[in-house]
Design a protein around this ligand. Structure first.
Ligand code: PMP
Length: 383
């Protein structure tokens, strides 16, 4: 039995998405920009995929731009906005965001800050939830606010409605929804966002495809130069097969969301209760009732965090620390630190995230193995 409890890093592509991918690669292998018949067949498949995504997100197909993933979509929205704003307004824009953001959001924001744009950050609570009141009363008006929908590390659902309410209508409201789709119900605030980002491999499409949904009539400069694909906003040959796999996986993830959410609730409770049997203290960063049901983020007291991930891996437990591990040395999560953990606590933390196929048996046996690992490390730390 294996224990792939790292769904927030990405899940295996589902069969329906792979079938759709293969069907189009085989039957419509042309370049969708070519004017001949096979090009037009590929173009037809691409537009069919765009229409299906638009129907699921309740927007017009012209609002959908396919990208290589959420990283590219976040960069395109943030850097593309800044470039067009500067061109039209003649001054650098001001930004509002938080330290809970994924590096693909915070990275371009920091980059723009170095270039002279102002960047202000919301405070976070201990679950890495944005505190909108930390920017109230809004003394400053922001040209662009960027927030995630769900945090990838703690699973906390961000208060996107309250964040939107803080902003003047003229502000650009950007939502990185990479972690929310398929995990919680789509909400109307997402539709009100100026730009919305999705990542296919988080809900059963193959890796390498994402979507940027832009509100109609907004101005965004491209961040790379190329042909006129996707209205020149995202040049580069599109993959109709990846687009259709994305559309199929998104449709199924949204349709099956409430059923899987109930299943995850049962699994996370079961995991916590099995883990608690060992009486080793841990803190759960995943907020009860305010987070997605598939995610747990646990800090283990009196455990040397440096050994945690390799020891789990040796037991077949595929978990994450929530941040990249460079040359085998775990880096403490900047998100947990921003949420008030010490460096040692952040190092002794594990993100456990269940996917669409996780079974009760895997959870029971997985908790047992984690208990074994913790027992060993706990004794080492005490000794
Ligand atoms: N945003 C969030 C919230 C994420 O969790 C991730 C992936 N970890 C990304 C963006 C980047 O997604 P992708 O892998 O599609 O580039």
């Amino acid at each position: 039995m294996n224990f792939p409890f790292d769904a927030n890093a990405g899940v295996a592509a589902r069969k329906e998405a792979l079938d759709a991918f293969l069907e189009i690669e085989r039957n419509a292998p042309g370049n969708p920009a070519s004017l001949h018949r096979s090009g037009q067949r590929a173009q037809g498949a691409l537009e069919k995929a765009r229409a299906l995504v638009a129907a699921t997100l309740d927007c017009s197909p012209s609002a959908i731009y396919f990208t290589s993933g959420a990283t590219e979509a976040n960069n395109l929205a943030i850097l593309g906005f800044a470039r067009s704003f500067l061109r039209l307004e003649g001054r650098p824009p001001s930004f509002l965001s938080s330290l809970a953001e994924h590096p693909s959001c915070l990275g371009p924001l920091r980059f723009l800050q170095q270039e002279g744009c102002s960047l202000q950050l919301f405070d976070l609570d201990k679950h890495a939830k944005v505190l909108p009141e930390s920017r109230l009363p809004a003394q400053d008006t922001f040209d662009f606010a960027a927030t995630q929908w769900v945090n990838n590390e703690t699973g906390v659902i961000q208060p996107i409605r309250q964040i939107k309410a803080l902003l003047p209508d003229s502000s650009w409201f950007h939502v990185d929804a990479a972690q929310g789709v398929g995990k919680i119900q789509l909400v109307s605030t997402l539709q009100q966002s100026t730009s919305l980002v999705l990542s296919g491999h988080k809900f059963g499409a193959p890796k390498g495809v994402g979507v940027l949904r832009l509100q109609d009539h907004v101005l965004l400069d491209p961040i790379f130069a190329g042909g006129g694909h996707q209205e020149g906003i995202r040049p580069g040959t599109e993959s109709p097969a990846l687009a259709m796999a994305f559309a199929v996986a998104l449709d199924l993830a949204v349709k099956e969301q409430s059923t899987i959410e109930n299943h995850w609730h049962i699994l996370t409770q079961l995991f916590i209760s099995k883990l608690s049997e060992s009486f080793r203290p841990f803190f759960n960063h995943a907020p009860a009732g305010e987070g997605v049901a598939n995610t747990l983020n646990l800090t283990f007291k009196h455990v040397d965090g440096r050994m945690l991930l390799p020891a789990c891996d040796a037991e077949g437990l595929e978990l994450s620390m929530g941040s990249a591990c460079r040359s085998g040395a775990p880096q403490p999560s900047p998100v947990l630190i921003a949420a008030g953990r010490t460096t040692d606590e952040a190092k002794a933390s594990l993100r456990i995230s269940f996917d669409w196929n996780t079974t009760t048996e895997q959870v029971i046996e997985g908790a047992k193995r984690l208990n074994t690992v913790l027992g060993r490390l706990y004794n080492v730390a005490k000794g």
